[in-house]
Write a protein that binds this ligand. Structure first.
Ligand SMILES: [Zn+2]
Length: 288
């Protein structure tokens, strides 16, 4: 093909034009693409941030709900225990059950505070408040029972008297002594009765078991509440034979002698508390 010079120049100019145009378009597209990518990355980053915040919030509220749930479960367990205790005390004391129907809900009323659109959280709070109310009501019922029992025959064995062991000897009196562990002068808040490991430890008076299990310094310990402000404690058991809430009679076996906790050998650490303060058990031990 033969080209005229004019045509060749025109074609050349057109060719350059096409290249420049294509280059411009291509550059523009590429530039826009890069900008778009940056924007997407930016938005993605923000979304991730927000997602993390939402996750953190959800974790926090979940932890809070779990804590409240645990509290609720503990209160419910306490209520069940109190109901069982109340039912037993009612039976033992031969009281009119109608007056202290522990298994029935406590009479209560008032307008509902939980609306139709109430949040689960509000419901939970409402339930907690209701439970706290129930607990208070049960507690006051138990107090009434306790005061009723005080004037009954049942109380005759509730006076703290006698020894916490059938066989054994008093190995350490109440008061100041040299601590068998530290060698320093210290206060001994009870009396010790030493004996054969595994021999029977008995309740010195009837009452309700208010602790049964390990306690710091006491080892395996049983605590009995007798009423009239009296409480007795029996420490260092090899084995505890009663459970929390049990009603025990005077002379009943509550555990086996051992040396659990802070003990140099098998013995019972025996304490008498009057209105929350340890007193010398010797005069109670001497009583018949
Ligand atoms: Zn002791």
């Amino acid at each position: 093909m033969r080209l005229t010079r004019k045509v060749a120049v025109l074609l050349g100019v057109a060719g350059i034009g096409v290249v420049v145009l294509a280059g411009t378009v291509l550059f523009g597209v590429l530039g826009q693409g890069a900008m778009g990518k940056a924007m997407v990355a930016d938005w993605r980053g923000r979304l991730l941030d927000q997602q993390a915040q939402v996750d953190a919030m959800r974790d926090r509220s979940r932890a809070e709900a779990q804590a409240v749930g645990r509290q609720l479960a503990q209160m419910q367990a306490r209520l069940v225990r109190m109901e069982a205790l109340g039912a037993r005390v009612t039976a033992v004391a031969d009281l009119d059950e109608g007056e202290f129907a522990f298994s029935e809900p406590v009479p209560q009323g008032g307008p509902s505070v939980i609306g139709e659109a109430a949040l689960p959280w509000t419901e939970l709070r409402g339930e907690l408040d209701g439970l706290a109310r129930d607990l208070r009501a049960r507690e006051s019922q138990l107090e009434v029972l306790e005061s009723l029992l005080r004037n009954r025959d049942y109380r005759k064995d509730a006076a703290v008297a006698g020894r916490p062991v059938k066989w054994g000897w008093m190995s350490s009196p109440y008061g100041h002594r040299v601590d068998p562990f530290s060698g320093k002068r210290s206060w001994h808040a009870g009396v010790d009765f030493a004996g054969k490991a595994g021999s029977e430890v008995i309740a010195v008076a009837s009452g309700v078991v208010t602790h049964a299990g390990a306690r710091y310094g006491y080892g395996e310990m049983v605590e009995i509440t007798h009423g009239d402000g009296y409480v007795t404690r029996y420490g260092h058991h090899a084995e505890v034979a009663v459970a929390l809430g049990d009603i025990v009679k005077k002379g009943q076996v509550i555990g086996l002698m051992g040396s659990s906790g802070r003990a140099t050998g098998p013995h019972v650490h025996f304490e008498v508390l009057k209105h929350g303060r340890q007193v010398d058990p010797a005069r109670y031990v001497a009583r018949r």
